[in-house]
Design a binder for this molecule. Structure first.
Ligand code: FES
Length: 144
């Protein structure tokens, strides 16, 4: 049911963790399943130097976040804005239709983190909309 790439990113997630002195942090919830995703960005100039994520989400959420963080790392903010959940799914060779909503978490959390960065620095990022809800400091339970 899952592609090899999805299984690889699920079993060996890239960029999982936290960034202590992040430039922007975004936390979003998935309206469909209630799962949570938090993304930390370290931005220098307008380049995303580092990115990490933490999630209380399913395997597809882990795999899509892992791939999404790989796709935005080292990119400019403008390039990162082009990393949609569709682009992430394509990079993973697809997701089962019932899991498409999981891939939205990564895109939305990256956007929420960019929003946080823009707000803190008084800048406007073209095409970036205010996150529907940033659930802020809510604790993300540690995965077992
Ligand atoms: Fe919740 Fe996949 S089922 S993120």
């Amino acid at each position: 049911m899952y592609t090899e790439k999805v299984m690889d990113h699920f079993k060996n997630p890239r960029n999982m963790g936290e960034i202590e002195d992040a430039s922007g942090v975004g936390t979003v919830g998935n309206a469909k399943c209630g799962d949570i995703m938090r993304v930390f960005l370290k931005i220098e100039g307008d380049v995303i130097e580092d990115v990490k994520f933490k999630t209380f989400g399913c395997g597809a959420a882990v795999a899509t976040s892992s791939m999404a963080t790989e796709l935005v790392k080292g990119k400019t903010i403008k390039e990162a804005m082009l990393v949609t959940n569709k682009a992430v799914m394509e990079a993973l060779d697809g997701l089962p239709p019932v899991k498409v909503h999981c891939s939205l978490l990564a895109e939305e959390a990256i956007h929420a983190a960019l929003w946080d960065y823009a707000k803190k620095n008084g800048i406007v990022i073209d095409g970036l909309e205010e996150p529907k809800e940033d659930i802020g400091e809510e604790e993300i339970p540690e995965e077992e």
